[in-house]
Design a protein around this ligand. Structure first.
Ligand SMILES: *[C@@H]1O[C@H](CO)[C@@H](O)[C@H](O)[C@H]1NC(C)=O
Ligand SMILES: *[C@@H]1O[C@H](CO)[C@@H](O)[C@H](O)[C@H]1NC(C)=O
Ligand SMILES: *[C@@H]1O[C@H](CO)[C@@H](O)[C@H](O)[C@H]1NC(C)=O
Ligand SMILES: *[C@@H]1O[C@H](CO)[C@@H](O)[C@H](O)[C@H]1NC(C)=O
Ligand SMILES: *[C@@H]1O[C@H](CO)[C@@H](O)[C@H](O)[C@H]1NC(C)=O
Ligand SMILES: *[C@@H]1O[C@H](CO)[C@@H](O)[C@H](O)[C@H]1NC(C)=O
Length: 413
């Protein structure tokens, strides 16, 4: 395979984050190989198995029970174990054949350790070198070029979804093996700033009350959805318009007080409370997924999760493509009526005024499942406007999303 520039591999890996395969189950693949049972057990304990099953075009560098026990002799915590093993999952496909045909004999591969956002610099890359005589060596790039772990044999290959190959010993890496800092030592604004959410991170840092709320939740579990810079920058005039308490609630709205891996988000579709939720102020949103694409939605708009910046139980940080707007603070803007549904638009608001809300919903919307969540209705004006918008575009979930996205783009211009 051609030698790739690390950055290219990294970008490539970002695209792979949301690809999955229903085709493989690493736990089941490894279960056929008793000599790899300890490795298999730890993939499950660290939740890496789920992550491996979610991805395609990957290579797992498996360790036999002897190699695992020398690793375990150092008594790593489960978090450290997760870092070490995630360095053994390459975000590219290397079957036995491809390993021996590496262009110019050497390549750098990004790993899942790199993708967690914890690995500094190049420490999440693995150097693969094809030596004379067909011996293939592996080493963590940050380990001074020592390639002292070698290809043993191919274990399982499902081209080009997943390749499992056995290597002779764990890849030494001082960084992956370092005691993992407790979650309270994590610098979440630093991680966000370094990965495309600098404007959001700076805004959060400038608001000590909201920042304090995030920090208070680090140990118990926290999931952050940070809007990417372009989107948040364009939103700043609206943010600045909020009252002091509105600003605090708004910033807290992007944090959820529990740890949610991407697979958990996919399987826990439904309403989610946020750090801003406080009694009557719901500040919640709905999580939905369409295959691999996870979206967050309020009655005002819908945003997509576009990447994972950190996924280290108990803290996860994801990027979102737009600024999710809580209906407690924003009203849906007057709609530049989308062409396909002008008639319904004219009728729906009248119908909803004379009837109870839930009734009008089922009346005006033949496909209620595409409408807003089955949320207890209340009668604030923002809510009302949002409902009208939903009625405008009830032809299907996709259309609702397109319409609201259009609306948001329009608002951001
Ligand atoms: C392979 O090596 C040659 C000569 O050193 C170099 O010109 C070429 O760019 C290398 N190819 C790759 C893919 O690194
Ligand atoms: C690879 O994954 C796809 C689904 O993403 C599946 O349809 C296909 O059968 C898998 N291939 C192999 C060889 O398992
Ligand atoms: C993978 O296989 C294991 C063992 O057969 C099973 O317990 C687990 O539920 C499977 N995971 C998925 C996602 O199917
Ligand atoms: C991998 O390591 C070897 C030995 O240290 C080095 O010669 C080679 O250039 C490295 N390969 C890459 C792609 O950095
Ligand atoms: C967190 O990271 C930011 C940006 O990298 C840095 O300015 C700040 O000093 C860090 N905070 C702590 C407490 O380390
Ligand atoms: C800020 O609020 C004022 C008064 O409610 C409104 O007229 C103005 O359009 C708002 N600006 C933005 C950028 O939302």
């Amino acid at each position: 395979m051609p030698q790739k520039h690390p950055l290219l591999l990294l970008i490539f890996s970002v695209f792979l984050i949301f690809q999955t395969s229903d085709g493989h189950n690493i736990t089941r693949l490894l279960a056929k190989h008793p000599s790899l049972s300890s490795f298999n057990h730890y993939l499950t304990l660290t939740h890496l198995a789920q992550e491996i099953n979610r991805r395609t075009t990957i290579t797992v560098l498996a360790l036999d029970n002897a190699a695992m026990s020398s690793l375990l002799n150092k008594n790593p915590s489960i978090y450290t174990m997760k870092n070490i093993l995630s360095l053994h999952v390459l975000l590219d496909y290397f079957g036995a054949k491809k390993l021996h045909q590496i262009t110019n004999g050497t390549a750098l591969a990004a790993t899942m350790f790199q993708a967690t956002g914890v690995a500094p610099g190049v420490s999440g890359f693995v150097n693969i070198t094809d030596f004379k005589g067909g011996k293939v060596g592996f080493g963590a790039e940050a380990n001074g070029g020592d390639l002292d772990s070698f290809f043993v044999k191919s274990v399982e290959e499902l081209p080009y979804n997943i390749s499992v190959i056995q290597i002779s010993k764990a890849l030494p890496s001082a960084i992956a093996e370092a005691p993992t800092p407790g979650p309270s030592e994590l610098n979440i604004t630093g991680i966000m700033s370094a990965h495309g959410c600098k404007v959001f991170a700076d805004t959060l840092l400038a608001n000590p009350e909201a920042m304090g709320t995030y920090e208070d939740n680090l140990n118990g579990g926290l999931t952050v959805f940070c809007p990417l810079d372009d989107a948040f920058k364009a939103f700043l005039p609206k943010y600045k318009n909020l009252t002091a308490s509105g600003k605090e609630s708004f910033l807290e709205f992007f944090g959820v007080p529990v740890y949610q891996s991407l697979s958990m988000l996919k399987s826990n579709n439904g309403l989610m409370n946020t750090l801003a939720t406080d009694g009557a102020s719901k500040f919640d949103f709905t999580v939905q997924n369409d295959g691999e694409q996870v979206t967050l939605k309020t009655k005002i708009n819908t945003v997509k999760i576009t990447g994972t910046l950190l996924d280290e139980q108990p803290v996860a940080i994801y990027t979102i493509d737009k600024v999710l707007m809580p209906r407690e603070l924003f009203k849906a803007a007057p709609t530049p009526a989308p062409a396909p549904a002008p008639e319904e638009a004219a009728d729906a608001p009248k119908a909803s005024k004379s009837k109870s809300k839930s009734k009008s919903k089922s009346k005006s919307a033949p496909t209620p499942e595409s409408d807003a969540p089955a949320d207890s209705p209340d009668d604030d004006p923002a809510d009302q406007t949002a409902d009208d918008n939903a009625a405008l575009s009830f032809k299907g979930g996709r259309f609702v999303a397109v319409g609201l996205n259009f609306l948001l783009v329009f608002l951001l211009l």
